[in-house]
Design a protein around this ligand. Structure first.
Ligand code: DHE
Length: 540
């Protein structure tokens, strides 16, 4: 995790134990100290290591493994991080906190409570009933070009008018808010927080507001809406990390209709108590959601035509499934199995696995990027957390069968530690970030290729420098490219610390020069940006 987000999380966390002063290095924790450690663990460590500490992106931290390392070694690892990708926590946790966490992870893991239908219903609120909502658009904003921007550490989204570049409204959402998805009509924005809080925002209002809200779980990352013809705006689905399950809801009210647990056996046949729901996408060619279950490596095609008699096709792929997106035809879904260094390809028309493609270390596509390669035909791109390449995979088994589901080219990225790639059908640029690079220059820069002339090599642009923000200690990580509706501007977030100035930098896609910068004290830690039109239609 990054410093900024860690700092923000920490503010919301405890210090009950810390407030009491020095922490004794004992074999076990009790009472308020244990509660404090559990809270830190749940909010800060579970994302990578799992609530039950079985390990996923991060290592297994069950007592059998941790007690072998012992208190002192664990303290060092927590403080300094490791070359394997564990980040250092010495800049945000005190020495006493580090001691406490080293002890805590040698104790048996806590299992948080379940979160069933009654809990969800108890948390569910319709703020504006459907029949009290506007019957027509009540504003003059070009909704297709609105961006929902994650303000990560303030638990808000900024709705920015892409035409005027003005902040239209800032809406309070869940804790450490994660992603936005748009209903297929383009009217509603669904925003999920890491605390499982899902907010439904109505863009037809004069000033968009939350019209319904529900807590879908205790720890969540994904949300999507039904996109098949006849089901536009009908259903929403949210996936949880804890409890490991997904819930299908009414798309207009968020009333929870069906909860399905993802606990079960992995592709290797072993039982796993915590298979978390990673990415979810909605098919446009079938009434189906594609639900990717991280720890089992299973991909579920969930047919939503009959919620009471729900049909799921379960496809074996590889561990641990994370993020992914459609190919340009919207028939194939490509998802990173990042612990296996593979991309799994699902043929959603046939309902089966099309391929498992070997890649360099830890592919991390976001939703990936589709374009037509001058030599290999249609390709889908991903960058990597663990390698400084952008991998291109052929996606056209009909006209280019010799290249389909093969790595046809690896382009150099300016660093590993990349999270997102992006292009647009109207653009000839392919962009990649590298915000998790330890070096400031790399983390603040992006790589861009001309997709018609890849041999020319990349241009590396320091986007953070363009913004003219004051010098700050925090690295201004340049993260997550997103296009405007027209496909002629590309937007980047500068993600600095919670108390440092951040910004959104908008580049003219043709000239690659800065066109505008949005700076506002209210833009606290902007990260993901979701253009209404592009998100609604899966354009990337
Ligand atoms: Fe994300 C997508 C999980 C940390 C920004 N992230 C996703 C998805 C998953 C996921 C499963 C796919 C959702 C989908 O498509 O339905 N993210 C996780 C984590 O488990 C992880 C690694 C650690 C954690 O504890 O949360 C994590 N993510 C981050 C960040 O720190 C990022 C960079 C900043 C932030 O705002 O939190 C971040 N994740 C994003 C973004 C997307 C995303 C912007 C959507 C990309 C897109 O273009 O669709």
């Amino acid at each position: 995790m990054l410093k900024g987000l860690r700092n923000a999380l920490l503010l919301s966390v405890m210090p009950m134990a810390m407030a009491t002063g020095a922490f004794a290095n004992e074999a076990a924790l009790t009472g308020a100290t244990k509660d404090a450690a559990a809270k830190i663990y749940f909010e800060r460590c579970a994302g990578c290591h799992g609530v039950l500490r079985k390990g996923a992106t991060g290592k297994n931290l069950e007592p059998a493994a941790t007690s072998k390392l012992g208190q002192q070694r664990l303290e060092k690892i927590i403080a300094n991080g490791t070359e394997g990708g564990m980040v250092n926590f010495d800049d945000i946790l005190s020495k006493d906190e580090i001691k406490m966490m080293a002890t805590y992870i040698q104790m048996p893991p806590d299992s948080p409570p379940e979160w069933g239908l009654a809990d969800m219903k108890g948390s569910w609120k319709i703020i504006v009933p459907v029949d009290k909502r506007p019957t027509k658009k009540m504003n003059n904003v070009n909704l297709d070009n609105v961006f929902s921007v994650t303000l990560r550490d303030s638990g808000e989204v900024a709705l920015i008018d892409g035409d005027t570049k003005k902040i239209w409204n800032i809406v309070k959402t869940g804790y450490a808010v994660h992603i936005s998805r748009i209903s297929y009509s383009g009217r509603y924005v669904y925003v999920i927080g890491r605390d499982g809080k899902l907010d439904l925002i109505d863009l037809w209002m004069e000033k968009p507001q939350v019209v319904a809200t529900i807590k879908t779980g205790l720890d969540a990352r994904s949300v999507e809406t039904s996109k098949f013809k006849g089901y536009e705006d009908k259903y929403a689905i949210a996936g949880s990390y804890w409890p490991p399950q997904y819930v299908i809801m009414d798309g207009l009210t968020l009333e929870p209709l069906k909860i399905v647990s993802t606990r079960g056996n992995t592709v290797d046949g072993e039982y796993h108590p915590e298979p978390r729901v990673a990415s979810i996408v909605a098919s446009q060619i079938k009434p189906e959601f594609v639900v990717n279950v991280k720890e089992t490596g299973l991909i579920k095609l969930v047919d939503y035509t009959d919620i009471k008699n729900l049909k799921e096709v379960t496809i074996e792929s590889a561990k641990f499934l994370h993020d992914g997106g459609w190919d340009a035809s919207k028939r194939y879904f490509l998802v990173a199995a990042n612990a296996s260094n593979k991309v799994a390809v699902v043929d959603t028309k046939e309902g089966k696995l099309a391929a498992l493609v070997d890649t360099k270390s830890k592919p991390h596509p976001g939703r990936g990027a589709n374009f037509v390669h001058p030599k290999f035909g249609p390709v889908w791109a991903t960058s990597h957390l663990g390698a400084d390449v952008i991998t291109l995979i052929g996606t056209d088994p009909e006209k280019h069968p010799e290249f389909a589901w093969k790595v046809v080219e690896e382009l150099k990225n300016h660093g590993s530690g990349s999270l997102f790639v992006k292009t647009h059908p109207k653009s000839s640029n392919l962009w990649a970030d590298a915000p998790l690079m330890p070096e400031r220059e790399a983390a603040e820069s992006v790589t861009v290729y001309d997709i018609n002339n890849l041999a020319k090599g990349p241009e590396v642009i320091n986007v953070a420098k363009m913004a003219g923000l004051p010098e700050s200690k925090a690295v201004k990580r340049t993260v997550h490219a997103e296009y405007n509706e027209a496909g002629d501007e590309v937007w980047f977030s500068l993600w600095a610390g919670k108390t440092e100035p951040s910004a959104i930098v908008i580049l003219d896609d043709k000239t690659r020069k800065m066109k505008a910068v949005i700076k506002d004290p209210k833009l606290i830690t902007p990260t993901g940006k979701f253009n209404v039109k592009n998100t609604q239609h899966d354009i990337y």
